[in-house]
Ligand binder design. Structure first.
Ligand SMILES: [Mg+2]
Length: 175
């Protein structure tokens, strides 16, 4: 059986965090534009406040001649509010990822062929699959929440340590 990677949710590149991706990384992928996911990539799920540093990250990409557009499954109104915080870049809301349609629309809007668009997102089953279906460059990042849990070693490990300490204290009293 031939493994058709492009029909699958297999990324071309992986970074831990959106902010780890530099303009040189994008250029080295052969991309001229970025289509970026919102939820758990540029903003915590459901939040109306862009993650710290994303505005500067976007400005830096734009300064380097890389086009940026939001491709998100969120509602128009929320994508609009977040795009304002993100250097006023364009957006495709209700993109219905994993359908390739959002990225195809982005391609038309930007005048950049899909194969020169790096679709950055946290979800294999939507962002990465949509990117592959559209023939774009699929770039996977960690889900923001998981990233910070790992980075700060919280909260489950802290809770576990506290529980173990409490149990040890109870046992020592019972002895
Ligand atoms: Mg997402």
């Amino acid at each position: 059986m031939i493994f058709d990677r492009k029909a699958k949710a297999m990324p071309d590149y992986y970074f831990r965090h959106l902010l780890d991706i530099t303009p040189d990384d994008i250029k080295n992928m052969g991309a001229e534009a970025i289509a970026v996911d919102l939820d758990n990539t540029a903003v915590f799920f459901g939040s109306f406040r862009l993650e710290e540093g994303v505005r500067e990250w976007t400005a830096n990409m734009l300064r380097s001649g890389i086009k940026v557009i939001i491709v998100s499954n969120t509602l128009n109104s929320r994508a609009f509010i977040l795009s304002k915080q993100m250097c006023n870049v364009g957006f495709i809301a209700l993109s219905l990822k994993p359908s390739p349609r959002g990225i195809e629309n982005a391609s038309r809007r930007l005048g950049v062929p899909a194969e020169k668009i790096a679709m950055i997102g946290d979800k294999l089953s939507s962002d990465i699959l949509a990117a592959n279906r559209a023939g774009a460059i699929a770039v996977k990042v960690d889900n923001l929440r998981h990233y910070y849990e790992k980075e700060n070693n919280i909260p489950k490990y802290a809770a576990t340590a506290a529980t173990v300490a409490a149990a040890a204290a109870v046992i020592s009293v019972l002895k």
